[in-house]
Ligand binder design. Structure first.
Ligand code: 4AD
Length: 473
């Protein structure tokens, strides 16, 4: 039989090319849109396409000859198409994205996606196991949920930048390839740098500190890398680290600042109707947290855990978990000096149900650069001006502290931690040439997003997440 051909009626008004987001002022006009076939339905010879162009979704209706061509009959999901027609408000009682639909008079396929076994929906169905979905992340991100999370991530980063600007912090871009550690040698990715040892950065903190005398208070949005063999739902091997450093502040100022930046950023997101809608769709019960955040000292947190019968696995002197004769973990009460592990921390935050600052961690649990707290020893432990911000459902999202400001004290700290001070000469110089009391923090962008968007794991909050064994795609 003769192929049915669709030709463009040249007597029609010339179409306006537009992105879906900008269509509303073009209602009743002839428009031309391009994008991917997000959804496809054939109903009694009328083809309904939901078109996706990255700015939104648009319902498009093909009827008559437009729905009878070979291209129409063989159209597949995720093909790219160009559609031309008249934009009309949806009929009374019907709904469609944007409140309008395109009555198509002319269209063409720009890039056909395969059908049959290789069809998009076959490769990517919801029953796919997690490792297949991880391999297909490049296709997963086309989905409504995954793309909403990524869109919210972008909005969140812009809102953070606005909040920092309002607090007069300047953005800098520190290097990723470094020759110093920040958070301990155990989690460093090492590599050969023109014959010299180098690492992927764990934190930009030390660089931010050197910027204080140059630029004043600073922040950065930079990737950090952790060679942690942690297969948890909140650990990545590469994550986006939002870090800030402030000069001439005290510990109380630091916590107040962290709280202000987070709350103002959330307020900005909620004040923007499209971002507020995005949050609502991903996390319907989200409400902005109340200020001020609860502040709980580490010593009080240990008491709290014991009062709430939250135990932790007993460890031997080498830090290995101890098991009983039946092979079960032996659970014991927390004592001052214990690290509050992820499980206990999670239970605590979930019971408390609001953001909480845990502060004043024992010196031996924390990094070399942290300033000692002016408080009494407990069971022989001294404490630091350090804080973690914990969020319900996620746990720790921020780690911060005041830094040692005295060069002799810093040199003693290198020694105590067994760190060779020579590669840190530039960091030490910051104390030598006009020191100041200062502090800062790092916020895990994927963790904050997991809280905001109510995602089960940080893996959903990264464009292409990396975790042990996974660096593809
Ligand atoms: O607590 P951390 O290790 O602190 C630092 O790196 C400081 N030097 C930051 C600073 O003061 N400038 O990490 C800070 C935050 C954590 O609270 C967590 O949100 C996130 O970084 N984070 C991770 N996120 C995902 N995957 C990992 N493996 C992470 N490790 C830390």
């Amino acid at each position: 039989s003769k192929k049915i051909q669709l030709t463009e009626d040249t007597s029609l008004p010339a179409p306006t090319k537009a992105k879906i987001l900008h269509l509303t002022p073009l209602r009743s006009k002839r428009v031309r849109v391009r994008g991917w076939v997000h959804r496809l339905r054939d109903q009694k010879g009328i083809i309904f396409i939901v078109l996706r162009d990255g700015t939104g979704y648009l319902q498009c209706v093909l009827s008559g000859v437009a729905a009878k061509t070979y291209e129409a009959l063989t159209l597949t999901m995720e093909s790219t198409v160009e559609l031309t027609g008249t934009l009309q408000p949806v009929p009374e009682g019907k709904t469609a994205p944007g409140g309008h639909e395109l009555t198509v008079d002319y269209w063409k396929v720009l890039g056909a996606a395969p059908g049959a076994d290789d069809a998009f929906t076959n490769r990517l169905n919801e029953k796919s196991d997690p490792s297949i979905l991880a391999d297909l992340r490049h296709l997963v991100i086309r989905g409504e949920t995954a793309s909403s999370v990524l869109r919210l991530r972008a909005a969140m980063l812009s809102a953070f930048r606005e909040s920092y600007a309002a607090h007069s912090l300047t953005e800098v871009t520190p290097p990723c390839m470094v020759q110093t550690q920040v958070e301990g040698g155990a989690t460093l990715f090492k590599f050969d740098y023109y014959g010299q040892p180098a690492f992927l950065t764990q934190s930009s903190q030390l660089y931010l500190e050197t910027c204080l005398p140059a630029l004043g208070d600073v922040f950065c949005v930079q990737e950090s890398f952790r060679a942690e063999n942690s297969h948890t739902r909140r650990h990545l091997s590469e994550y986006t680290h939002l870090e800030a450093e402030l000069g001439f502040i005290d510990f109380n100022d630091l916590m107040t600042h962290i709280e202000a930046i987070i709350c103002e950023t959330v307020d900005r997101l909620l004040a923007n109707p499209s971002t507020a809608a995005l949050i609502k769709s991903l996390n319907p019960s989200f409400t902005a947290p109340a200020r001020p955040f609860l502040r709980l000292s580490y010593v009080d947190a240990i008491k709290w855990l014991n009062e709430h019968k939250i135990l932790h696995p007993k460890e031997d002197a080498d830090g290995n978990e101890v098991k009983d004769a039946e092979g079960n973990l032996i659970m014991v009460e927390h004592a001052v000096g214990d690290d509050i592990a992820e499980a206990a921390e999670r239970q605590m935050t979930d019971i408390i149900g609001t953001p909480v600052f845990l502060y004043g961690f024992p010196k031996e649990l924390k990094a070399f650069y942290m300033k000692r707290m002016d408080s009494a020893e407990v069971d022989g432990h001294v404490f630091t001006e350090s804080c973690d911000l914990l969020m319900p459902g996620v746990g720790e999202i921020v780690g911060g502290s005041m830094r040692i400001s005295d060069s002799d004290e810093l040199i003693a700290a290198y020694k105590r931690e067994g760190i060779d001070p020579s590669p840190y000469y530039w960091y030490t110089d910051q104390r030598k040439y006009g020191t100041c009391e200062h502090g800062g923090y790092g916020l895990g962008v994927e963790r904050l997003l997991a809280w905001l968007a109510n995602r089960y794991t940080v893996r959903e909050c990264s464009l292409y997440p990396r975790w042990p064994g996974r660096a593809t795609p």
